[in-house]
Write a protein that binds this ligand. Structure first.
Ligand SMILES: NC(=O)c1ccc[n+]([C@@H]2O[C@H](COP(=O)([O-])OP(=O)(O)OC[C@H]3O[C@@H](n4cnc5c(N)ncnc54)[C@H](O)[C@@H]3O)[C@@H](O)[C@H]2O)c1
Length: 351
């Protein structure tokens, strides 16, 4: 690393995108805006897809179907893992062992064993990492984080984040996402965004979860309607729900209640900041109200990651942190598997 080097900001990082699909398109658009990054490799098990991807973005880069070649390429500083979820952990571990920094799309792992192994590989190799919890850079989420941090609603007593998104067999990745082995579960597939946002906004850790679910229509191999009650270390109580099999436009509800006020998405009620308030104050901002990857703030996530690498500092969204969000998702799945029993965290060594 170029720690303490004045020329550090002039450095250009070589980026390898691995998995040339839907989300990779949005990542590429953001990498191309960075003054400190150059896409030097695009790879996919389907070489023709990688080729089309490179042509679409007019990239002057290597095109591959062999991941080993990506890892052996000395031009590559960062591997951006946008392949399907079951490959994330193993590909992330291999990238870390090859000395590459890594951006890993969510879910970073589908089991606790994978989750631990990826976290440990990154810790051992000391490469920089960021998980695909892109909503941390959404303007409404940033606004809520700032309000909570400034004490606008006092001490938190309740926190709730939900992910509601109708998903149907017309979805481009339906075969992967709807199956247990490749999609994991509703929590791992998309609920992880809600859980990560709960941790990020409260600054607290979940110590117990209790979950119920149903899968009335059986469209998914796993329960597609999940609700979990959460207990946080500080005493905050919370709730998350994931609705995949329902009729609703994309909703990412964020509610936080405290001793001095309440926030509901972009609406603020604050006795401390606005004592004369007679109704909710609405803050103009960009809500996380679309499942389309072109709406997701990948520019912010990627600029943050580039800064972390160039300035040799850890990301708040690194693998060690993402490990915890995934652990909660897996604890909720365990609660479901055990008939709604309360599951305490951290999970034991055996998952
Ligand atoms: N952060 C977010 O909000 C967000 C949004 C969308 C998708 N994602 C995640 O990104 C991942 C990819 O989703 P997508 O919708 O882009 O899928 P996709 O099917 O559009 O793209 C996946 C690509 O990976 C390729 N691939 C398959 N097996 C591979 C392997 N073993 N190694 C390398 N490449 C392989 C496929 O050929 C395809 O081109 C998923 O894990 C998904 O959860 C995250």
């Amino acid at each position: 690393m170029h720690q303490g080097d004045d020329t550090v900001t002039d450095r250009t990082l070589g980026i390898a995108i691995h998995g040339a699909g839907w989300v990779a398109h949005a990542h590429a658009a953001s990498w191309l805006k960075s003054a400190h990054a150059r896409i030097v490799s695009v790879s996919d098990v389907d070489r023709a897809r990688a080729q089309r991807f490179a042509a679409e973005f007019r990239l002057d880069c290597d095109v591959r179907d062999d991941y080993r070649q990506v890892l052996d390429d000395s031009q590559v500083d960062v591997v951006d893992i946008t392949s399907p979820s079951p490959f994330h952990a193993a590909q992330g571990i291999a990238a870390a062992r090859a000395g590459k920094h890594l951006l890993v799309e969510k879910p970073i792992a589908l089991t606790m064993d994978e989750n631990r192994a990826l976290r440990d590989a990154v810790a051992e190799t000391q490469v920089k990492s960021v998980a695909g919890f892109v909503l941390r850079w959404n303007p409404a989420v940033e606004t809520i984080k700032s309000l909570v941090g400034s004490g606008a609603i006092g001490q938190l007593v309740y926190a709730e984040v939900d992910y509601w998104h109708r998903m149907r067999p017309t979805h481009h990745a339906w075969q992967l996402h709807s199956r247990k082995q490749t999609g994991g579960s509703a929590m791992l597939l998309v609920g992880c965004h809600a859980i990560d946002t709960l941790r990020w906004l409260t600054g607290d850790e979940v110590v117990e979860v209790t979950a119920v679910a149903n899968n009335e229509r059986g469209l998914f191999e796993y329960p597609a309607i999940v609700v979990a009650v959460l207990r946080f270390r500080s005493g905050i109580i919370g709730k998350t729900s994931v609705l995949l099999d329902c009729e609703v436009p994309y909703q990412f509800n964020m509610d936080l209640a405290g001793t001095e006020g309440t926030i509901r998405d972009n609406r603020l009620w604050s006795k401390r900041l606005l004592p004369g308030q007679t109704g909710w104050t609405t803050i103009p901002t960009i809500l996380p109200d679309s499942g389309d990857v072109t709406h997701h703030p990948f520019d912010g996530e990627i600029n943050h990651f580039v800064d972390c690498i160039l300035q040799d500092r850890e990301s708040h969204c690194n693998m060690a942190d993402a490990f915890r969000s995934h652990e909660i998702c897996l604890a909720i799945d365990r609660s479901l598997a055990e008939g709604g029993r309360a599951v305490t965290l951290p999970l034991g060594e055996r998952s």
